[in-house]
Design a protein around this ligand. Structure first.
Ligand SMILES: Cc1cc2nc3c(=O)[nH]c(=O)nc-3n(C[C@H](O)[C@H](O)[C@H](O)COP(=O)(O)OP(=O)(O)OC[C@H]3O[C@@H](n4cnc5c(N)ncnc54)[C@H](O)[C@@H]3O)c2cc1C
Length: 585
């Protein structure tokens, strides 16, 4: 096959450095409305006239039609460091369509999607360290051969999935003096086998969630793992970061889904040679590899649980008087053991953000909206600035969906809530895939933001939210930033003992030098505050380089030593030198 026909990270479909598809993104119109380009999502082509006024109101700054900051035309990349012996043996052993030394490929593979430390720096400033070559493996044998070559020539390898992590996990370490080769796994994208009777699918690790689901859906199956990044993130990346999907209440998080995996390390190949239906065989080596963040080797394959497509799939929504009542509702829901596939609770500000991403209605829909508002605010007496909404995606058999819906209605009654119906529920999910594109839109206005997830026990949810919302006001003031800070929370998953909570922060940095560094510092202090108040380092994004300094207070010294021992045993020469988390001294 010709080099041009092969998959490369720099292509016409994806933006590359920015989030998402090249044909998608927000456009600012002259009349101060925004439109979402393309035709991939229900929001596309709609004129959203409430978004800019919303941003101006909540951040207290002016939104200018013309960008306040211009993206760099030519992005910065340092010259590659070349290990000539390695390159000449690479050329002699592999077809030249497997690797590239082009600058734009090197730059793309030198970062993930952390908003300020990575994406902002690429677009408006510069990264500090770059990968020197990108290699596209096409088989497990090639992974073995490449690792051998890297060992022999003292080259550093960094595995790459979809490049969607938000923890600086792909960023080459600044003190790495060897040649760095990023190993892109996305040509390893095949479904190897489908076991319809035992409901298992074996895939190569570089397949994206979107490709996997599209292929399985055609056969009547689903894995059901849908992180919000699933259009781009890969099976190998999910395992390496301990990913969690929107519908975890029905299908589980990644560790519940993966039955087996294969990782090639410099010391050998890790996997289980059947059988897979649960086994008590001592320490299961493949389980140790969840969250390995590229530190040990290359995951090449995984066997995943799959399900028949649900007979029924629908939405529901419940309006509750305030955040505290919403949290109590979610706790009762969790204890009922009838939790819909996806169950979310949004705070008032997040609901208003959702409203700002909707078209202005006219005619009958507008009258109906007014009527709903009348019922909520006048009849029920809800405070428009305090009410919350819980939204649900319900999947299963007719009976399961009916039972879960009935359960929601009963709980709504108990907590004085109003069942707001399928359409409101559905609209709570419509924006899921486009929310991430807001980042690049507000970058142009000097507004920097990030969504920070954390796991929180039930008893600490309100404390985390309250303390964080106080702290952000303090930090905003201390840094003398313009306007007001933005802070909003939602619960996206529930557990017996607690929840996964998303907190989104944003601030305007007009007049601030190196705004991305100031933001990253604030983000770090906010994370520290979550932890002090009962939250965790991460529910599913992982540690990477961004949060490694929190680790020694999170796991015992013995645990740290065990992890370092695994690293020394599997990769004694540190071929996989990406240095995420605490694997190295
Ligand atoms: C808009 C957006 C939404 C997101 N939503 C979610 C969400 O809902 N849930 C969630 O869990 N996360 C989410 N994330 C974070 C991110 O998508 C996950 O961390 C994802 O699992 C990363 O997968 P990836 O394939 O992109 O991996 P990459 O970013 O390419 O890599 C992540 C780490 O895994 C290693 N790695 C990747 N592939 C392999 C392999 N084959 N072998 C060995 N190591 C490998 C890399 O070296 C790196 O350390 C989101 C991110 C964004 C930007």
């Amino acid at each position: 096959m010709n080099k041009k026909e092969k998959f490369f990270g720099v292509n016409n479909t994806n933006w590359g450095h920015k989030w998402g598809f090249r044909d998608s993104g927000f456009i600012v119109n002259e009349d101060r409305s925004v439109t979402f380009a393309g035709n991939r999502y229900p929001i596309c082509g709609k004129k959203l006239s409430k978004f800019i006024p919303f941003v101006e109101e909540v951040l207290g700054v002016e939104f200018k039609i013309k960008p306040k900051v211009e993206e760099l035309d030519k992005k910065h990349v340092d010259e590659a460091f070349v290990n000539h012996d390695f390159i000449s043996e690479l050329r002699s052993r592999f077809n030249n369509d497997r690797f590239t030394e082009e600058d734009n490929e090197r730059l793309l593979h030198s970062h993930g999607q952390h908003s300020t430390d990575e994406v902002y720096k690429v677009l408006y400033s510069k990264l500090k360290k770059f990968t020197d070559l990108v290699f596209y493996i096409e088989s497990e044998e090639e992974a073995v051969e490449l690792i051998e070559l890297a060992k022999k020539h003292d080259v550093c390898l960094i595995p790459y999935g979809g490049g969607t992590n938000v923890t600086n996990a792909l960023r080459p370490p600044e003190d790495e003096h060897r040649m760095i080769v990023t190993v892109d796994t996305r040509r390893l994208n095949k479904i190897e086998s489908l076991d319809k009777e035992n409901l298992m699918v074996t895939v190569q690790s570089g397949i994206t969630g979107k490709d996997l689901e599209e292929a399985l859906n055609k056969e009547g199956f689903t894995v059901g793992h849908e992180p919000d990044s699933y259009e781009f993130s890969t099976v190998g990346g999910w395992i390496s970061t301990n990913a969690a999907g929107m519908k975890k209440h029905r299908y589980g998080n990644i560790e519940d889904i993966v039955q087996n995996l294969t990782m090639v390390t410099p010391s050998g190949t890790i996997n289980q040679i059947k059988p897979l239906t649960r086994s008590s065989i001592g320490i299961k080596t493949q389980n140790i590899l969840f969250g390995s963040e590229g530190n040990l080797g290359i995951i090449t394959r995984a066997t995943l649980k799959m399900h028949h497509l649900p007979a029924k799939s629908s939405y529901e929504s419940i309006v509750l008087s305030d955040w505290q009542t919403g949290v109590q509702f979610m706790q009762d829901l969790s204890r009922s053991n009838m939790v819909p596939a996806s169950s979310r609770l949004a705070d008032n500000l997040q609901i208003r953000l959702g409203q700002a991403l909707k078209e202005e209605k006219s005619g009958l829909p507008k009258i109906l909206d007014k009527f709903k508002q009348f019922v909520l605010f006048k009849v029920k007496g809800f405070d428009p600035e305090k009410f919350t909404v819980a939204v649900f995606k319900i999947e299963g058999s007719e009976m399961e969906v009916k039972t879960q819906r009935k359960n929601l209605e009963n709980l709504a009654k108990k907590h004085g809530g109003v069942v707001a119906g399928e359409n409101t529920g559905k609209s709570g999910y419509l924006a899921t895939m486009v929310i991430a594109y807001i980042r690049e839109l507000i970058f142009t206005q000097n507004i920097l933001g990030e969504t920070m997830e954390t796991a929180v026990p039930w008893s600490k949810i309100n404390q985390v939210k309250e303390e964080a919302s106080k702290l952000i006001v303090k930090l905003h003031k201390e840094h003398n930033l313009p306007g007001k800070p933005f802070f909003t929370s939602r619960i996206s998953k529930v557990y017996h003992t607690g929840v996964c909570m998303y907190n989104t922060i944003a601030m305007c940095y007009d007049g601030v030098e190196n705004p991305e560094d100031v933001f990253t510092e604030i983000e770090h202090i906010m994370r520290e505050n979550f932890i002090e108040n009962g939250g965790s380092i991460s529910h599913h994004h992982g540690v990477g380089k961004l949060r490694k300094d929190f680790m020694p207070n999170t796991i015992s010294e013995g645990s740290v030593e065990m992890i370092k021992g695994i690293k020394k045993n599997q990769d004694p020469h540190n071929v996989f030198g990406v240095n995420n988390n605490i694997v190295m001294d």
